[in-house]
Design a protein around this ligand. Structure first.
Ligand code: ARG
Length: 445
């Protein structure tokens, strides 16, 4: 194997294969970010006199070409190379000779992989935020469109009170807004540059960490080098919590859909074309789409726990254990993105049933309405409660009034505009513009 750390003795091939693990496959996702980190690092080295102007003028065009290829998905890690960090340095050395060997001054693969993961996660969070907004908008539209269509609300899965499809769709939209508030917190923890912490204790090279922070479009740096290294695992877990929050919302929505789509409820219906069939039962039109959304969401909710277990009880300082986080962390982004796409598609198409509350099985759902009506007539609530309870027990209960809910967040006053404003506030707090401006100038010739 071709190793950066070759010291002249052979390493056991079995040990090499085991320790590299799935890095060759997973690190490909980090390649564009490893190259961006390298562009920032060599630019900084030149500014500190650790590379000459001529060195930089040879390195930058080569790195930018590599970046374009990697961004187009054309970066490969050779079978005899350990990881993306080694491949980038070896490719440069192949092209530029000894100059390629100078770029690792003042850095380690430990801060390199940390910065790669933060740049990767930052790009992927931006993508996910966009997809959450698409689902949010659909849920809000459906909420407005169905605001006058009543459905029963449940507690303990027992008929409870009148609800509405407006309230139901809108609840999940509001939940997504809060999920993005958590995502913003995770974004901030991730928005700090660990580059320059080297192996986890800094370097005697006169690095300018502020410069690489600006060049890479980070909001700030992780100051303490030991802490920067401790971020490995902590940052991924924080982001995974944010993803788990979104997955919690979408998984619950999927479960509601499975339940409400059942013939015994009949509240919603998936158009036939969105259902799947059975190989034996000719009548089946199954909501597999919601079942798979649910199980993906459940799996995603386990990821913070996976990371917690991989990193549990590790002291400060780098350990190879951290490599395994990538196996659960890197695939998480597309798993949730795919779920969000299909959930948006399904929720746009789901059909809702009208006149549900005319069904006598939901008669008792109006018990509180009737008690409140009696209260308005001057009956104390406890007496009204008792009178309605007696009527329900002897079968004579009929609700005589009409539904009139007016307070914020009730059937008659959904506050969707205020929820949308909250969402807008959260979305506009993500500094996506700062990031793209920095990266554009980093890669332009
Ligand atoms: N593949 C390693 C990881 O993901 C890269 C860092 C290697 N550092 C080391 N000291 N062996 O953690």
């Amino acid at each position: 194997m071709n190793k950066l750390w070759d010291k002249g003795f052979e390493v056991d091939e079995k040990i090499a294969a085991f320790t590299v693990g799935r890095d060759r496959e997973l690190d490909v996702s980090l390649a564009p970010y490893d190259i961006l980190g390298t562009i920032a690092h060599v630019t900084m080295l030149e500014s500190r006199g650790l590379l000459t102007r001529e060195d930089l003028e040879k390195l930058l065009p080569e790195l930018r070409k590599m970046y374009q290829k990697a961004a187009a998905g054309e970066f490969a890690i050779d079978p005899d190379v350990e990881d993306v960090h080694s491949q980038v340095e070896m490719d440069l050395t192949r092209k530029l000779g000894d100059l390629g060997k100078k770029i690792h001054t003042g850095r380690s693969r430990n801060d390199q992989v940390a910065v790669d993961l933060r740049l990767f996660a930052r790009a992927r969070m931006e993508k996910t935020v966009g997809k959450v907004k698409v689902l949010f908008d659909i849920l809000q539209e459906r909420s407005e469109e169905c605001k006058d269509i009543l459905m029963p609300g449940y507690t303990h899965l027992q008929v409870a009170m009148p609800s509405s499809f407006g309230l139901w769709f809108g609840a999940y939209a509001e939940s997504l807004a809060d999920d993005l508030a958590v995502m913003k917190g995770a974004w901030e923890v991730n928005d700090r540059n660990p580059l320059g912490s080297a192996a986890g204790y800094g370097s005697s090279a006169p690095l300018d960490r502020g410069l690489t922070t600006r060049l890479l479009g980070f909001g700030d740096l992780d100051f303490n080098s030991v802490y920067a290294q401790m971020g490995r695992g902590k940052v991924e877990k924080t982001i995974a919590f944010a993803y788990a929050g979104i997955a919690g919302t979408v998984g619950k929505l999927a479960m509601d859909c499975c339940l409400f789509n059942s013939q015994n409820f009949g509240f919603i219906r998936l158009p036939d074309s969105l259902t799947t069939g059975s190989s034996i039962m000719p009548h089946k039109k199954n909501p597999d789409v919601f079942e798979l959304i649910r199980s993906h969401c459940n799996r995603i909710q386990g990821i913070p726990n996976d990371i917690g277990l991989i990193t549990g009880n590790l002291p400060s300082g780098y350990f190879r254990d951290l490599q395994l986080i990538k196996e659960v962390f890197i695939p998480m982004f597309s798993e949730l993105d795919d779920v969000l796409d299909i959930a948006a598609y399904a929720m746009k198409n789901v059909q809702v049933a009208g006149n549900l509350m005319d069904n006598p099985v939901y008669n008792a759902a109006f018990s509180v309405e009737e008690a409140n009506r009696l209260v308005e007539e001057g009956v104390p609530f406890r007496d009204a409660y008792r009178r309605v309870a007696d009527e329900i027990m002897d079968g004579s209960f009929r609700f005589k009034g009409s539904i009139n809910h007016t307070h914020e967040g009730s059937v008659g006053n959904l506050c969707n505009d205020r929820i949308a404003a909250r969402m807008e506030g959260i979305l506009s707090s993500f500094p996506f513009g700062r990031v793209s401006a920095a990266l554009t100038s980093l890669v332009k010739d």
